[in-house]
Design a protein around this ligand. Structure first.
Ligand SMILES: Cc1cc2nc3c(=O)[nH]c(=O)nc-3n(C[C@H](O)[C@H](O)[C@H](O)COP(=O)(O)OP(=O)(O)OC[C@H]3O[C@@H](n4cnc5c(N)ncnc54)[C@H](O)[C@@H]3O)c2cc1C
Length: 493
């Protein structure tokens, strides 16, 4: 068990409120606390240019609900049997209706998403018509909303210490309240005093494979299309001062994507996207060389219906996308369009137009026959041949009797054949330290850890189903709540 540190003899820096992590939640907490008169400092683990976390590379939508009553009903329904305390539901619902009003008051220009359908993820649930998705800037994507958040912080005298990860919380020996944070800058350790409070907004555990194995159901490993800097640090730090955890098993995923060691984030395959029709035959198989899903199903952020419940998509690893030469020749397998995603926006990997560079790297495997391809990727050749033959018969019959797939229902035709190994991938985790309606992080017995707040996907409210744009919406909502309450604390000396 890790322990929190006690107060150092000398502090290197100090502020009223120390905010850990500069994404949407860090923005909302920092600006709110600052505008209420607090001196604020932000610690950010990533170097400048790679800061902004998942927020920077998100689709940039945020939720602004139309009525607190409907929003509360919708959130209760999204949580289903995984209920969250009613005071939390009420605060979420009230604050979610105020996101636009707040951003407008700061000079933002909320634009409602125009594409149809509106993007209500679970339209049959009560209150669902409260959903309204907004972004800032000329269109959604391209970091536009993030650019507003970043600008609003930089317009204020809020120091941002880049490449300075918080490592541990500093706790009073007797009262156990938070006094500050130890951080690391280069090889140097820094002690930062937080006169009023610490707000943890340092994201989830998308890049911590040990936590993924421990907490996420059904995935032995999982990668992210978001920031590589979210490694569960906030969870570790909060646990060390006695925090309870919640929603650790909930995440926005899985999808199936390519992950290669050279690039930190995952590559989404165009042919697997529900809205993309491409020529050629394609299926996905598991280690038994059998299909296990409708490859083109539009999951609800990774959840699929199973016997009347929504469960995470099964991802029997390793999985392989098997396809024919027609699909290989139809253009890049990866959508490198830089509207969102870390690989597109930050890594900017230049995927070749004809897929040949990735073939040469071994990211795509090929063979002249299906049996040779199976041997190359370690599958049973006769099982794979059976699966392909069954799929081709489904296409001829115009009906996928196994999984009901209706999109890209083309047979796997002419050789050579190809395979891409797929990994489970996600946008973000939802779990972390449990928080209360004031944004305070609480212990297993429900008592708050004094002067310690959180916001954002580090311990988000989402326990089961997820409404797209709900994460950034919640960053704004609870960022304000935590920023307000942190600023209202009396200084501890
Ligand atoms: C491709 C993609 C698209 C998405 N699209 C949407 C969307 O359109 N709408 C929506 O609502 N949600 C979307 N999401 C989810 C959403 O982006 C995130 O849940 C949300 O942005 C999280 O914000 P945050 O402030 O909690 O964390 P982040 O934005 O991830 O910020 C956390 C910050 O903390 C820093 N950090 C980590 N550890 C430390 C440490 N020890 N010390 C200091 N700093 C640290 C990180 O570097 C990072 O900058 C998307 C996610 C992805 C990956």
């Amino acid at each position: 068990m890790e322990h929190a540190a006690s107060a150092p003899r000398r502090w290197d820096l100090e502020a009223d409120v120390v905010v850990v992590g500069f994404g949407a939640a860090g923005f909302a907490a920092a600006v709110t606390a600052h505008d209420l008169g607090a001196e604020v400092l932000i610690l950010e683990k990533a170097p400048e240019g790679e800061h902004g976390g998942n927020t920077r590379v998100a689709g940039q939508g945020y939720l602004n609900t139309s009525s607190p009553e409907k929003a509360a009903a919708y959130l209760r329904a999204l949580c289903g049997p995984y209920t969250v305390p009613e005071p939390m539901v009420k605060v979420w619902a009230a604050e979610m209706c105020r996101n636009n009003e707040w951003l407008t008051s700061l000079g933002g220009d909320p634009q409602e998403h125009q594409h149809q359908p509106v993007g209500i993820e679970f339209p049959d649930l009560p209150g669902a018509d409260c959903v309204h998705k907004f972004h800032d800037g000329p269109t959604y994507g391209y970091s536009y909303t993030w650019k507003l958040f970043e600008r609003l912080v930089k317009q204020r005298p809020i120091p941002i210490l880049y490449e300075t990860p918080a490592r541990e919380l500093i706790q009073h020996d007797v009262t156990k309240e938070m006094l500050g944070v130890h951080a690391e800058r280069g090889k140097k350790s820094l002690s930062l005093k937080a006169r009023r409070a610490v707000v943890l907004t340092c994201g989830g555990f998308e890049n911590n494979q040990e936590m993924i194995r421990d907490y996420l159901p059904g995935v032995p490993y999982c990668y992210t299309s978001g920031s590589p800097y979210n490694e569960g640090d906030g969870i570790r730090m909060a646990m060390a001062v006695g925090a309870d955890l919640w929603h650790m098993n909930n995440y926005a995923g899985p999808s199936m994507a390519l992950k290669v060691p050279e690039i930190r984030s995952s590559f989404s395959m165009q042919a697997l996207h529900f809205s993309k029709e491409m020529p050629g035959g394609m299926i996905v198989v598991g280690p038994d060389a059998k299909r296990f899903t409708d490859e083109k199903f539009k999951t609800r952020h990774g959840k699929v219906p199973v016997h009347g419940r929504w469960l995470p998509l099964a991802t029997p690893c390793p999985m392989f996308m098997i396809f024919d030469h027609r699909l290989f020749s139809a253009g890049p397998l990866y959508d490198k369009h830089p509207s969102h995603g870390w690989t597109q926006i930050v890594e900017r990997y230049d995927w070749s137009g004809d897929n040949r560079a990735e073939l040469a790297k071994g990211w795509i495997k090929t063979a002249g026959s299906m049996a040779a391809l199976a041997r190359l990727i370690g599958l049973d050749p006769s099982a794979l041949a059976d699966t392909v033959a069954r799929w081709n018969r489904c296409c001829d019959a115009g009906h996928d009797g196994e999984f009901g797939r209706t999109l890209m229902r083309a047979p796997i035709g002419d050789p050579p054949f190809y395979a891409v190994e797929l990994s489970p991938s996600m946008l973000n985790t939802q779990g972390g330290p449990r928080r209360n309606e004031k944004g305070q992080i609480v212990r297993p017995n429900g008592t708050p850890i004094l002067r310690l707040y959180s916001a954002g996907e580090l311990g988000s409210i989402y326990s089961y189903l997820y409404q797209g744009t709900g994460n950034i919406g919640e960053c704004l909502a609870f960022g304000r709540v935590s920023g307000r309450n942190a600023a209202a604390e009396a200084p501890w000396e």
